[in-house]
Design a protein. Structure first.
Length: 72
């Protein structure tokens, strides 16, 4: 589920002419590109991983239903 979000973000950055790679995100999480690739394939991101990536990208994590909650 989150892997598809990361793929969309990487595609959007590429379309905007900005440089962002899986290797960049792997470094944010303190892991190798191969470990990050495994997380992508298995979609095993933790909430902490998601928050770290969001912070790096200057984004917010939002839980949305009837109400909206922002994870800071």
């Amino acid at each position: 589920m989150f892997s598809s979000v990361i793929k969309n973000i990487l595609d959007d950055y590429k379309k905007m002419g900005k440089s962002l790679t899986q290797n960049d995100l792997a470094r944010v999480l303190g892991m190798t590109k191969q470990s990050f690739s495994n997380k992508m394939q298995r979609d095993t991101f933790t909430a902490e991983d998601i928050v770290k990536i969001a912070e790096f990208l200057n984004m917010k994590v939002v839980l949305k239903g009837e109400n909206e909650y922002i994870i800071k």
